[in-house]
Design a protein around this ligand. Structure first.
Ligand SMILES: [Fe+2]
Ligand SMILES: [Fe+2]
Length: 344
């Protein structure tokens, strides 16, 4: 039978790398095996653990919730033809800004290292000692934070923030544009109590896990977009080699993110199967508690926020293009490449 219970040290353990991960002048987390395969940091046991918890859950008849880009109703904005058009006209700043902002937001993920996560066992009737949910406060959240913004205990190694900046500098050249302003938050704003049956701290943690899972799903859409643009032979024509290297860097971040989707998807799926103790001394089925909240979270990220971000980006591109005499025509051309506008 697969191992289902892990210590914090086991969950933090990394592979023995044959070669360190050093690129574009940055010393980075993770490493390469002897055959050249990149391996993420701290996944020696995390992947086997997540796989075992998933198998245990599905064997009990509970499916894993969908956590693929299928959840997203909108593609990346700008889309690939639009981005190609902007770059061909010499407008690199929007893409430069996206790469920088993504790096800064990744670094904020390190806050998960400092999170004093409560033990879910106190509000769940089932024994959760052999589940993903039962390990959230035993290293899973800390490992995730370390992957995003660097392990506070190993400050020499750059994490996703450094990897995005390295990819950006490879593709554009260092200091090609000024650094943009970064939004304060990319999660759903506070909506007041949504699960009054639970103590507030647990509600906040469940919403945090759901928010982060959807941010990871949206990130997957951005990875695919970045790789397609960076590998396009018709853009960054004077920096093809560096652009290919940048795409490889993004692929390594993408590899690292898979474990985040994996454990968050597992924990939320498990919670649907549990029975929760409520603050008034009763119980509630996890499915009844979780499903409407998850549905609302998916909708906010996939539709509400996606449409808002699209309008903002579109206006920013308009403002940028309209600085030139030919701006109105260029913007009309940019707009015509938009699938949504075309369909409307
Ligand atoms: Fe990340
Ligand atoms: Fe992540």
């Amino acid at each position: 039978m697969a191992k289902l219970s892990y210590t914090r040290d086991e969950l933090m353990a990394s592979h023995a790398y044959a070669r360190p991960h050093e690129r574009a002048g940055y010393k980075l987390h993770g490493g390469f095996l002897a055959d050249g395969t990149y391996v993420s940091p701290r996944v020696l046991n995390r992947w086997p653990a997540v796989t075992a918890w998933q198998e245990q859950l599905t064997a009990k008849g509970w499916p894993l919730i969908d956590a693929t880009v299928q959840l997203l109703k909108r593609g990346n904005y700008p889309n690939i033809p639009q981005e190609r058009f902007l770059l061909s006209q010499g407008y690199g700043q929007p893409f430069w800004n996206s790469l920088t902002i993504t790096g800064v937001i990744e670094a904020r993920g390190r806050a998960l290292c400092d999170l004093e996560a409560p033990d879910f066992q106190t509000i769940i009737e089932d024994d959760i000692s052999q589940t993903c949910t039962g390990h959230l406060h035993k290293g899973l959240l800390y490992a995730h934070g370390a992957d995003e913004g660097g392990d506070p205990a190993e400050p020499d190694y750059g994490a996703h923030d450094a990897m995005w900046f390295a990819a950006r500098d490879l593709v554009f050249g260092k200091d090609r544009y000024p650094l943009p302003e970064v939004p304060e938050s990319i999660g759903r704003p506070d909506t007041g109590r949504l699960m009054p049956q639970l103590p507030a701290g647990f509600e906040q943690l469940i919403l945090l896990l759901m928010n982060v899972l959807m941010i990871e799903v949206r990130a997957e859409c951005f990875f695919a977009f970045c790789c397609a643009i960076m590998r396009d032979k018709d853009v960054f024509t004077d920096r093809r080699e560096q652009a290919e290297e940048a795409a490889a860097m993004v692929e390594r971040i993408r590899t690292d993110e898979a474990i985040h989707v994996g454990y968050l998807q597992t924990a939320i799926s498990e919670m649907r199967s549990f029975t929760f103790k409520t603050v008034d001394g009763g119980t509630v089925k996890g499915k009844d508690l979780i499903d409407p909240i998850w549905e609302g979270m998916v909708h906010w990220h996939a539709v509400t926020q996606a449409d808002f971000a699209r309008d903002q980006t579109r206006e920013a591109v308009r403002a940028e293009l309209e600085k030139t005499p030919d701006g109105a025509r260029l913007f009309a051309e940019f707009d015509a490449l938009d699938d949504i506008a075309k369909a409307a």
